[in-house]
Design a protein around this ligand. Structure first.
Ligand code: ATP
Length: 563
């Protein structure tokens, strides 16, 4: 029930629209069936001109100039059904479009919240379970939306039907509704069982996909050590559990379907016996009772089946919504509005930083003047990458300041500051695409001329222009058709394409041979006359090429002087 209400509150306009479409279809059906009333009134022995709803219908028909003969009434019923079919077609189309829209809206809300979340939060999210949220959960949640609107439309239809039925026989209507409610209550256990099965499917799918993506990412090393069977066993086990949950769902669904009809038949048979044998009602009266009973109960049964389907899918909606809400709660702070400039220096002043209990910097102080090449070195795990995160605003100091031209970074518009940064990560992965696309990576503001200029600056133009297809050459899977040094130059060109003022490089030469490393270092030295560079590195060649070197140790930075 909560899901149903929530869906409608989250998508009010679309729900109203779909509901309206479904109701119009229902009313069309209702109207065409109302035309049955004169027939029924004849059936119960009322002469069509005397009293009640039959007379009402006859009057209306006569007023619009239609004589209520049997053939005319039958034509109206059939025409009504055709109209209903047409309206239903339009309504279903609307439902389909809306479901697609709901899935897209849910996906986007999660993706946007995640991309806007703090880096530390983002790092903790398993990729597989995110992929699962965006793919399966959004799809299931959108189907849940469809079912909830249908449940609502059917419930309203039951109500409308009951109102019409009261005019024919209030006793039969009351009896139908009471029996219907009793049936709903008796079979509700099956709905609850389906809900539990749906919730465990949602949970298991998350685990399974999170684990699967981890395994697939490291499959080579697992295979090489013949340990893929362990992963295989775990995946096998999780898949089996998922199958079990699906079986429970299928069983409850099938049981509900299977039980509804016989119970309904038994009730109808008992009613018939009572009416005909014990109460000795007339056959036409009994016919009316049976007609209303089966119609109302049929609709109620259908409502419950749809509600059961909603119960399977609702957990996907809640899981997805929780993921999006958690990500939104962990949104990156960007309260700064200051316009960034980089005309003087970047300074870290008395910076303290820790990951939870683990202290990384106690009192970090360092200065990076503009148009210099600064190298940062230190033992593994000392906090070099963390320093870079602080400079980009991906991490915030617990105390102390990151100052850009003397302005605290938290007062500066973070996005504008990041636009001024060119970043080359430790593990740059080139896309299986052309060189130019690898440099522009879809940035609409950049042109091929920017890519060429960046390649020249990165010292890569010589080898790129010598390729048969130049910048249009495809680099292969992960850039496999280029050498390590060439890949690194493409990565540098990518970081330079938007003309950054500050170039950050994490281990720029760790995978290179001495010759390529020397070339990259020369390029960085040349570039430092135009922009500010910081490179994290263990490599002596980089340290020697830099203008200034800081060694991180014990939470502080010490300057290394060299000639
Ligand atoms: N997101 C995180 N949550 C908790 N601890 C972290 C996180 N990121 C890094 N650490 C820890 O903080 C310490 C510093 O990590 P960092 O990656 O900055 O070191 P590093 O000097 O760059 O190491 P390396 O040279 O091995 O890349 C490490 O001990 C690491 O385990």
């Amino acid at each position: 029930m909560r899901t149903l209400i929530t869906y409608i509150m989250v998508f009010p306009r679309r729900s109203a629209f779909v509901l309206f479409a479904l109701l119009v279809a229902g009313v069309a059906e209702g109207l065409s069936l109302t035309a049955l009333l004169p027939l029924l009134s004849i059936a119960v022995g009322e002469s069509s001109g005397e009293s009640g709803i039959g007379k009402f219908m006859v009057d209306i028909l006569q007023k619009i100039g239609i004589e209520p003969t049997l053939d005319m009434i039958l034509i109206i019923i059939v025409a009504g059904m055709f109209t209903k079919g047409l309206i239903l077609l339009l309504a279903n189309r609307q439902v389909g479009y809306t479901v697609a829209h709901v899935a897209t809206a849910l996906r986007l809300s999660l993706i946007e919240a995640l991309l806007a979340s703090r880096w530390q939060y983002y790092l903790r999210q398993p990729v597989g379970s995110l992929a699962n949220s965006v793919a399966t959960e959004a799809y299931r949640a959108a189907n849940g939306f469809e079912h909830s609107v249908i449940v609502l439309a059917l419930a309203i239809q039951v109500l409308v039907y009951a109102v019409v039925a009261v005019f024919i026989s209030w006793e039969a209507t009351l009896a139908s509704l009471l029996i219907g409610l009793f049936l709903l209550l008796v079979l509700h256990r099956l709905v609850r069982a389906t809900r539990r099965a749906g919730a465990s499917q949602t949970q298991l799918l998350r685990y399974l996909l999170a684990y699967l993506s981890d395994v697939l990412n490291s499959v080579k090393s697992l295979k090489a050590m013949a340990r893929d069977n362990v992963a295989d066993a775990i995946l096998h086990d999780q898949t089996k559990q998922l199958e079990k949950a699906t079986r429970h769902e299928v069983m409850s669904r099938a049981a509900l379907m299977a039980l509804q009809e016989p119970i309904l038949a038994a009730i109808t048979a008992a009613g018939l016996y009572l009416a005909l044998v014990i109460w000795e009602l007339s056959l036409p009266e009994v016919m009316v009772m049976v007609f209303l009973l089966t119609r109302i109960l049929g609709l109620l049964n259908k409502t419950q089946r749809k509600y059961q389907q909603l119960a399977v899918q609702e957990s996907a909606y809640w899981a997805l919504r929780k993921a999006a809400e958690d990500a939104a709660a962990a949104a990156e702070r960007n309260s700064g509005t200051g316009e960034p400039t980089l005309d003087q220096h970047i300074v870290l002043q008395n910076v303290q930083f820790s990951y939870g209990e683990k202290s990384i910097f106690d009192n970090l102080n360092l200065e990076i003047p503009i148009r210099t090449f600064t190298a940062v070195t230190g033992p593994s795990g000392v906090g070099k990458s963390t320093l870079i995160d602080l400079l980009c605003g991906l991490a915030e100091p617990d105390s102390g300041e990151v100052l850009i031209d003397g302005k605290p970074l938290h007062d500066i518009d973070l996005r504008k500051w990041r636009h001024m940064i060119g970043y080359v990560s430790q593990d740059t992965i080139l896309l299986h695409d052309t060189i130019v696309n690898n440099i522009l990576v879809g940035e609409p503001a950049l042109t091929e001329a920017d890519a060429e200029r960046a390649l020249r600056k990165a010292g890569a133009w010589e080898f790129v222009s010598a390729l048969p297809d130049g910048m249009q050459s495809v680099v292969g899977e992960r850039g496999g058709m280029l050498s390590g040094g060439q890949r690194q130059r493409i990565a540098i060109a990518r970081a330079l394409a938007h003309d950054p003022a500050f170039l950050i490089m994490d281990e720029p030469t760790s995978a290179l041979d001495p010759e390529s490393e020397k070339n990259i270092c020369e390029t960085l030295q040349q570039l430092s006359s135009q922009l500010t560079i910081i490179a994290v590195s263990h490599q002596p060649a980089v340290i020697n090429a830099a203008d200034r070197v800081f060694i991180l140790s014990h939470g502080e930075a010490k300057t290394l002087s060299h000639g």
